[in-house]
Each structure stands twice: as structure tokens, then as C-alpha cells.
Ligand binder design. Structure first.
Ligand SMILES: NC(=O)c1ccc[n+]([C@@H]2O[C@H](COP(=O)([O-])OP(=O)(O)OC[C@H]3O[C@@H](n4cnc5c(N)ncnc54)[C@H](OP(=O)(O)O)[C@@H]3O)[C@@H](O)[C@H]2O)c1
Length: 269
């Protein structure tokens, strides 16, 4: 991606994180363009990352090799239709990060151009994301490498051969952070109920979650083995895990993920 220019339509949380990640990975800010209706936001991004900024989406779409669509899904149709003639002319690689917006939707609004659809997640905001990517027909290997470099600047990337697989990705890694947040919230409440002061409860729970994730990532053993290693028969952890198992925790996780997937399919239409 040595010389390609990259543009972002929408300079919100996700686009700003991606631009920051790319600059941190050595991409020259002068090759990055961003547009957004908010002058304050653009000023902030330009101060932070030294990228080019403009209020005009067409200024960006008219000059870049890779165009990242980073507006909310409900804005996508209007944004794309406004750029349709420029896209037809220039045929940039279009990368959409909008949840639930399909390649068919994008094609109908933009016309024919190479399209990569992605499903990032919120930990991308702290460079710890997990992103599923799908390349529609007509995307070259070089363009796939560019998409992987852009999304890879804020975390791990995973390619999927079928667009439908992004519904499962949405249910696992897209919504996944919320499942862990729910467990953190519940554990903080339980810690307070056991008499720990709120500030200590919060810090201890977050550090435990962070530590457990770090350990799981660093370890060659799977989470099942790590769980067994902290569970002595008849001990305290076993007492707690029995309560989870008896309440059907695993079945509930299966049902929750299935429900998220179904909802993702419904939203994609
Ligand atoms: N955040 C995540 O972790 C995450 C995860 C997965 C997928 N996504 C997807 O990423 C996309 C962006 O999410 P986000 O969290 O970064 O949202 P966000 O912070 O709201 O960013 C969207 C930006 O686009 C701007 N915008 C609105 N209308 C525009 C237009 N016509 N032209 C150009 N810019 C316009 C918004 O400005 P205003 O605020 O003034 O409207 C805002 O600054 C969404 O489609 C979302 O589904 C995000």
C-alpha cells in the first residue's frame, strides 16, 4: 500500500481510530483524507493525526484509491448515492464498515466498483479489535491486502469466503464485547454485594478481566485448560462454576449468540 491514498467518509470514532492506527503503523498522514459535517470534529482529527480534512465528501471520493465508508448505516444510502458518479468514474476500492449494510445494498447505491465489507468491533478504538472481512467479486489480491492493512492497523483481521458468514461474526465478535461487559457489570455488582467498596470492586473486576484475557491470549492452552487449572476439586472456584453450569450458562451463551445472528440476518434483509 506504499503510495495509495486512503479516504474516510465520516470522521467518527471508528474512522479516527483507523486513521490513528494507520499513522502509528507508518502510513504518511498526507496520504489520508477525511470528510465529516462537523468542523470541530475535523479540527480535532487534523490536530491529532495531521491528516487532510474537508467538509465535502466528494472532495475525498474524487481523489483517493481506497474509500472507507464510516458513517452510520442509516446515512449510508444518501452518502453513497451522492458519490455514485465519482465512483463510476474512478472505481476506487470501497471498504464499508457499516453494520448490516450488504454488498448488494452498496452496489445498488454506488454502482459497480470493487467492494470489501467489514465487521469491526469496539475494541478497535483501543487497537485491540477483531474484524471480519468479506471481499465481493472483482476485488484484486492487492486490494485485499490494502483492506487487511487498514483494518489490521487496529487489531486482528479474519477473511470470510461468504458474505453470510458476517452474520455469525456480528453475533460473536461484533456484539461480543457487550457479553464480556455484562459479565464485568455482574461481577462488580456481586463484589459490592460481598462488601467490597465500589471503586475497589470495579478496579479488581476490570483488572481480573484484563488479566484473564491477556493470559488466554498468551497461553498455548485453551480457555478450557486455563479454567481447569484454577479449579481445584471441592474448592472455591468449583463452587462458583457449579452454580453457572447448573443454571445452564453454556446453553444461554449458545442461545444468545443464535439470537444475535438471527437479528443480524433480519437487519441485513
Ligand atoms: N464503533 C464501532 O466499534 C463499530 C463497530 C462495528 C461497526 N461500526 C460501524 O462503523 C460506522 C461508524 O461508526 P462510529 O461508531 O464511528 O460512528 P460515529 O462516531 O457516529 O461516526 C460517524 C460520523 O459520520 C458523520 N456523518 C454523518 N453524516 C455524514 C455525511 N452525510 N457525510 C459524512 N459524514 C457524516 C457523523 O457526524 P455527526 O455525528 O455530526 O452525525 C460522525 O462524525 C457505523 O456504520 C457502524 O455501524 C462501528
Amino acid at each position: 500500500m506504499a503510495q495509495q491514498s486512503i479516504g474516510f467518509i465520516g470522521a467518527g470514532n471508528m474512522a479516527t481510530s483507523l486513521a490513528g492506527g494507520m499513522v502509528a503503523k507508518g502510513i504518511r498522514p498526507a496520504r489520508i483524507w477525511m470528510s465529516d459535517p462537523s468542523r470541530d470534529r475535523l479540527e480535532e482529527v487534523s490536530q491529532l493525526h495531521r491528516v487532510h480534512v474537508t467538509n465535502e465528501n466528494r472532495d475525498v471520493a474524487g481523489r483517493v484509491d481506497v474509500l472507507v465508508l464510516a458513517v452510520k448505516p442509516q446515512m449510508m444510502q444518501a452518502v453513497c448515492e451522492d458519490l455514485r458518479d465519482l465512483i463510476a468514474d474512478r472505481q476506487p476500492l470501497v471498504i464499508s464498515i457499516a453494520a448490516g449494510v450488504t454488498v448488494a445494498n452498496l452496489r445498488s447505491w454506488l454502482g459497480e466498483t470493487p467492494i470489501v465489507r467489514c465487521m469491526p468491533n469496539t475494541p478497535s478504538l483501543v487497537q485491540a479489535g477483531a474484524t471480519g472481512l468479506y471481499a465481493a467479486e472483482g476485488v484484486s489480491d492487492e486490494q485485499k491486502t490494502m483492506a487487511k492493512e487498514i483494518l489490521g492497523s487496529v487489531g486482528l483481521t479474519f477473511w470470510f469466503a461468504q458474505e453470510k458468514e458476517l452474520d455469525a461474526v456480528t453475533a460473536v465478535s461484533g456484539s461480543g464485547p457487550a457479553y464480556f461487559f455484562l459479565l464485568m457489570e455482574s461481577l462488580i455488582e456481586a463484589a459490592k454485594a460481598q462488601g467490597l467498596d465500589p471503586a475497589t470492586a470495579r478496579q479488581m473486576v476490570l483488572q481480573t478481566a484484563w488479566g484473564a484475557a491477556q493470559l488466554a491470549v498468551a497461553s498455548e492452552a485453551g480457555p478450557d485448560v486455563l479454567r481447569q487449572q484454577v479449579t481445584s476439586p471441592g474448592g472455591t472456584t468449583a463452587a462458583a462454576l457449579n452454580v453457572f453450569e447448573e443454571a445452564g450458562f453454556r446453553e444461554q451463551v449458545q442461545a444468545a449468540v443464535a439470537a444475535a445472528r438471527e437479528r443480524s440476518e433480519e437487519l441485513a434483509g
